[in-house]
Design a binder for this molecule. Structure first.
Ligand code: NAX
Length: 327
């Protein structure tokens, strides 16, 4: 049996984690031969609920679950972790403006970035889910000067999976038959779900759908899917978000299928003309624990406008938190 890996999770008593932790412990994220240590982190008020979650994990008697530790602070919780899943964030309260939300979360993610820098394993891989995910990832990475920004990513796999599921349903196929969807940009309603490179049974997806359905129904529906679920369920996406976290980490650590493209929020290196220094969802392939942006995809005029809109929103978000970012 391999040595166990340490996985730290913040917001561990929240709704997403209640779906996520059991998948991790069952081996769905790191593989069926990889034992895990779960380092679960919550705010002090939620520690009792967290103890309940830990009891349930224990009661599943998962063969791969080595140890569970509980923490009310990130400095202890991130200690020596190989993977850090930053799920917890402050939700928007009544009367709270978007700017207020960003500033509150900027404080949380600054502290988490510093704690990762000081206490995590040097090769830690970090996935930020808590919203605003792209900008929170930027804040955390900028506060971790001894780690490479490439060790930080944010979750846009849920958007990718949503787009895949919707296209599959429209074409009457299963998600397995669809490849190479790309989500560009922010995890927000400005994101751009791009089907120009997607295939259905190996054939171009755009040849199998109406352009008007793609532009007027598909794109806004993927962009607004989170709200559609809240309206229907009265609660935000939790099980699908957990699945997306598992998928993104699994691909990052264990690789993507040969030739397949997935979407990940990563620090822009200027590819596709996107300004450097923001976390932006790009098409990537993963191998040997690393991701690489897929280069050379054709970006037409329609796509370029959409990329620019989401890029501008991210630059604006960065502007709001700029004064809180270290040099
Ligand atoms: P919940 O409110 O159910 O759980 C969040 C948990 O985080 C709570 O238990 C809270 O006590 C804890 N928490 C808050 N601040 C913390 C801190 N500083 N340290 C440790 N724990 C802290 O929310 P949930 O539905 O689980 O969603 C979590 C986050 O994911 C939210 O910010 C949400 O907006 C975001 N999402 C992001 C998605 C993405 O694709 N990037 C999709 C799903 C989700 O909406």
């Amino acid at each position: 049996m391999r040595r166990p890996v340490r996985i730290a999770v913040t917001g561990a008593a929240g709704a997403i984690s209640y779906n996520l932790l059991f998948k991790i412990a069952a081996g769905e994220m790191m593989g069926k031969d990889q034992p895990v240590i779960l380092q679960l982190i919550e705010i002090p008020d939620a520690m009792n609920a967290l103890r309940g979650v830990a009891m349930e994990l224990e009661d599943c008697a998962y063969p791969l679950l080595h140890t569970i530790t509980l923490h009310d602070n990130v400095e202890e919780g991130f200690s020596n972790c190989h993977y850090a899943l930053l799920v917890g964030a402050r939700p928007r309260g009544p009367g709270m403006e978007r700017r207020d939300l960003m500033e509150v979360n900027a404080e949380i993610f600054s502290r988490q970035g510093k704690a990762l820098n000081d206490f995590a394993n040097r090769d830690v891989k970090v996935l930020v889910t808590g919203n605003p995910a792209n900008t929170n990832a930027l804040i955390a990475s900028r506060n971790a000067p001894d780690l490479s920004p490439s060790q930080f990513t944010c979750l846009t796999r849920l958007d990718h999976n949503r787009a895949k599921g919707m296209l599959a349903s429209q074409c009457g196929v299963t998600a397995r038959d669809i490849k190479n969807i790309v989500i560009w940009g922010n995890h927000s309603p400005t994101q751009y779900p791009d089907l120009h490179h997607a295939t259905v049974f190996g054939q171009p997806a755009m040849g199998q759908i109406d352009t008007s359905w793609y532009r007027d129904e598909f794109i806004p529906r993927v962009q607004q899917r989170g709200s559609e679920i809240i309206n229907a369920r009265g609660l935000s996406s939790a099980a699908s978000a957990a699945q997306a976290i598992v998928d993104q980490m699994n691909n990052w650590c264990l690789g993507t299928e040969p030739g397949e493209i997935v979407s990940m929020g990563i620090l822009s290196d200027g590819s596709y003309g996107i300004q450097k220094g923001i976390f932006f969802s790009f098409p990537v392939r993963c191998n040997y624990g690393r991701y690489q942006i897929v280069q050379g995809l054709d970006v037409g005029e329609f796509s370029r406008q959409k990329l620019t809109a989401t890029e501008l929103e991210l630059l604006e978000e960065k502007g709001v938190v700029e004064s809180l970012l270290p040099e």
